[in-house]
Design a protein around this ligand. Structure first.
Ligand code: AMP
Ligand code: MN
Ligand code: MN
Length: 327
């Protein structure tokens, strides 16, 4: 059962100190949500810690307030309330982060992944929202919480990145109305978009070149997939965030229904990114079969390697699903 904004607001009022967490390999919605709610709480006079297992990725370092993102301390963090943001399952908060806040008694879980089981004491899971940042916008405006510039800009980054620049099907009229309101509140659209989208390191383009060399299209042109091995990660000096969003290149191919990205991680696990363009192929459902999760049209997995094996297993399931629907 979802907690109401009023119930969550009660805990925000009562608590004095908060640890805000988001998922491993954080994206714009994860970090943006932390900064957005964190600065609103701080403006209310609260003590706030913004913690991420993997820390701040370089591609989000431009965000106002980004310097506040810390990796988990070795010892426990004493706070009244933990707030998990944009994180589909508790383990995705990361081992060190969980060790640091595991003893805290009050947990709020705010997310938009339909696979979120509701692991908080208060849960607000809205899978109709295209980004956790949009839920926070609603929370902040409904409760009349402060919206300092860091919060305003972070909400925009969260929602823009999770909607592919306001393109994906989950983008609603409320999303555009929210964006208009943020602009009215002083957001500089041109400036922030240039920082998000026109500011990639050269190695990301080298990565694109390398990925294109591994591209395979199968199932009668309906599945496109490519892969990134540790060798390439090392030789190009890649950072985890360098591949963020690149899957959209193969998702955009005419006739392709499913796009998959397979990546070798340090330690031998394989990270899978999946995108679907057809609601009859539920990416979340496919990924859940392998212990992952996400949304109907965008989901992911962390599964055992080797990469060829992972690729084969996932492609088999996708092919079977595709054969059930007409092309
Ligand atoms: P990505 O392909 O990494 O951009 O992830 C697509 C969506 O699926 C995001 O909303 C992720 O938070 C979610 N997701 C990715 N990997 C997992 C996982 N292993 N478990 C649950 N959700 C995931
Ligand atoms: Mn995310
Ligand atoms: Mn999200």
């Amino acid at each position: 059962m979802n907690a109401t904004f009023q119930e969550i607001g009660g805990w925000l009022e009562e608590g004095e100190s908060f640890a805000l967490l988001s998922h491993v390999r954080p994206d714009g919605d994860a970090i943006g949500s932390q900064i957005a709610l964190g600065f609103a709480l701080e403006a209310m006079g609260k003590t706030v810690h913004l913690i991420n297992e993997d820390g701040l990725p370089d591609n989000l370092a431009f965000m106002a307030g980004a310097e506040r993102i810390e990796t988990p301390s070795a010892g426990p963090i004493e706070v009244d309330v933990v707030i998990a943001l944009d994180t589909a399952t508790k383990p995705r908060l990361g081992d060190k982060a969980l060790a640091a806040v595991g003893h805290v008694e009050r947990w709020i879980n705010i997310d938009h992944h339909k696979s979120n089981p509701g692991y908080g004491d208060l849960n607000h899971i809205d899978d109709g929202s295209p980004a956790t940042g949009q839920i926070l916008y609603n929370l902040i405006t409904d409760l009349g919480l402060p919206m300092p510039p860091e919060t305003r800009d972070a909400i925009y980054v969260a929602v823009s990145t999770d909607t592919g620049s306001f393109q994906y099907a989950g983008t609603t009229s409320a999303t555009y109305e929210m964006a208009a309101d943020l602009v009215r509140r002083g957001l500089e659209v041109g400036k922030i978009n240039a920082l998000i989208y026109d500011n990639h390191p050269m190695r990301r383009v080298e990565l694109m070149r390398s990925l294109l060399n591994t591209l395979e299209v199968g199932s009668g042109g309906r599945v496109a997939h490519w892969q990134l091995t540790m060798d390439t990660v090392r030789s190009l000096g890649l950072k985890p965030e360098d591949s963020e969003g690149l899957i959209d290149i193969i998702r955009a191919i005419q006739g392709v229904t499913v796009a998959l990205f397979f990546e070798e991680l340090d330690g031998g696990k394989i990270r899978v990114s999946m995108r679907s363009k057809d609601r009859r192929i539920d990416a979340c459902e496919v990924c859940q079969q392998f212990g992952g999760g996400g949304h109907a049209l965008a989901a992911g997995i962390r599964m055992p390697g080797p990469i060829e094996e992972a690729r084969k297993k996932v492609l088999e399931v996708v092919d079977a699903k595709l054969s059930q629907i007409e092309s």
